[in-house]
Design a protein around this ligand. Structure first.
Ligand code: CO
Length: 370
């Protein structure tokens, strides 16, 4: 996403955050925060790229030459300090640090900044305390604006369409990885920027492993299969899980699926602005505990999502942070029977005045596929 204002509105919001917490500056590497602030990012690599946002001065971006044009195009709000391969950017960084040496307060770094770069920054900002930039960034990023929500809805629609397309064809006799490839191809053909995370296709006993990736196992009649996948639109991600069955389900499988579906809806109906995040987890957990599946529900109910697949707010016991309108997170209760099968039903929702609005709408019932 490009920002008409070159990110200056969001960078100004970071400055207000720095004032609020009394920090001197925030440093961002190649990360989702950089993307949020400038519209530009990439996978982090070994070359030092740092957007330095001081509380009381203009932003500067120390940028490797090969990224200079991209950063300039996205972020006129920051002054560029370009360094070339073969140079050592450390002196330039020390110079940038020197400009704010009289400003009090700690230096905040991107939570995901590589340790190597954090140590370089510590060497440049001599003797200063360091902290994490999430204390400034989470309040900005947790609540999505209209453009962010539009991208997430589109990413959800593309994921829904991929489910319909892929489950219309037989999946029995195919390898998990092949089904993953079909889902991904359908999403890319529909206009996604890319996939949201490595597609999970967990069949038969693999479905009892909540984070099994797609492997070479061949899907067989009678298997429960969890499809957990998503795509990106303008960098914003969708994330959906559906459990399908090849042929006829066992009674035990049908009952487990029904309980997870009820837990999913108990959580979804609990969503409203002002309640603690952990109340949503408790709603799902209550249903599964009453149904006798407490020991099989081995993970939290959900995670925030946006530019990152997993970001605050986390829907987990112990999180008393209150939900607000515009927050987006998954609701994904599941039950897992080791060595046999698992069930998970996941949709991402946004908190609205009327409660939870889902980003994905593919059928949640136990879909039978051939
Ligand atoms: Co998820």
């Amino acid at each position: 996403m490009t920002h008409a204002d070159g990110g200056s509105g969001r960078i100004a919001a970071v400055r207000l955050g720095l004032e609020r917490v009394g920090a001197a500056a925030a440093l961002f590497g190649l990360s989702s925060n950089l993307r949020y602030l400038t519209g530009f990012s990439d996978e982090p690599g070994e070359r030092l790229l740092l957007l330095v946002v001081p509380r009381e001065a203009a932003a500067t971006c120390l940028v490797p030459a090969l990224y200079a044009d991209q950063v300039a195009a996205h972020s006129p709000a920051a002054e560029l300090e370009v360094w070339a391969d073969g140079e050592d950017p450390q002196e330039r960084l020390a110079e940038i640090a020197g400009r704010i040496q009289d400003v009090s307060g700690p230096i905040l770094v991107d939570d995901s900044l590589w340790a190597a770069f954090t140590l370089q920054a510590q060497a440049a900002f001599v003797g200063r305390p360091f902290g994490l930039a999430s204390c400034v960034m989470t309040p900005l990023r947790e609540r999505k604006d209209a453009a962010e929500l539009a991208a997430m809805r589109r990413a959800g629609e593309i994921a829904d369409a991929a489910f319909t397309a892929v489950t219309a064809a037989p999946i029995s006799g195919r390898a998990e990885i092949e089904v993953a490839g079909r889902l991904e191809a359908a999403m890319l053909a529909a206009g996604a920027d890319g996939i949201a995370f490595e597609t999970l296709i967990a069949s038969g006993p693999n479905s009892a492993l909540p984070h099994h990736r797609a492997g070479t196992r061949t899907i067989r009649a009678g298997d429960f299969v969890i499809l957990d996948y998503g795509c990106r639109v303008d960098g914003y991600r969708s994330d959906i899980s559906r459990t399908v069955v090849c042929g006829d389900p066992s009674r035990e499988g049908r009952e487990a699926h029904e309980a997870v579906l009820q837990a999913h809806w108990a959580a979804r109906e609990r969503v409203t602005a002002g309640i603690e995040a952990q109340a949503v987890d408790a709603a799902a957990r209550g249903v599964l505990t009453s149904a006798g599946y407490a020991a099989q529900f081995v993970h939290r109910t959900g995670h925030g999502i946006g530019l990152d697949v997993h970001e605050p707010p986390y829907i987990v016991n112990g999180n008393d942070h209150r939900l607000e309108e515009g927050m987006t997170f998954s609701i994904e209760p599941g039950v897992y029977f080791r060595g046999r099968f698992g069930v998970r039903i996941e949709d991402v929702v946004v908190v609205t005045r009327k409660g939870a609005e889902a980003m994905t709408h593919a059928p949640q019932e136990l879909v039978r596929v051939s």
